[in-house]
Design a protein around this ligand. Structure first.
Ligand SMILES: [Zn+2]
Ligand SMILES: [Zn+2]
Length: 88
């Protein structure tokens, strides 16, 4: 959790709206599997904030867009969707 910009947030993560994305392959409704970053959290262990700030070239994902992973149960297609953050 970053408190750097508390006034903006992802409307989907905050429950204001759902993702209504149709699968480009079969046209079925895709399912939101949550934040991409949460999936990454399983992959890379937590590091101290100061350490992250010092790391040059660390991907800056805090660009007011929230990456969500979408998955189609019908055909198994998955893709990333960037959700623009809004003022909360
Ligand atoms: Zn989100
Ligand atoms: Zn599909």
């Amino acid at each position: 959790m970053t408190a750097a910009n508390p006034s903006k947030g992802c409307p989907v993560c905050n429950g204001f709206e759902g993702l209504n994305m149709l699968c480009p392959q079969c046209g079925e409704m895709m399912e939101d599997r949550g934040r991409f970053l949460d999936l990454l959290a399983d992959y890379s262990p937590y590091r101290p904030i100061d350490d992250l700030k010092r790391t040059d070239g660390y991907p800056d994902l805090d660009t007011h867009q929230c990456p969500h992973t979408l998955y189609c149960r019908n055909c198994g297609h998955d893709q990333l969707m960037m959700v623009a953050e809004i003022l909360l």
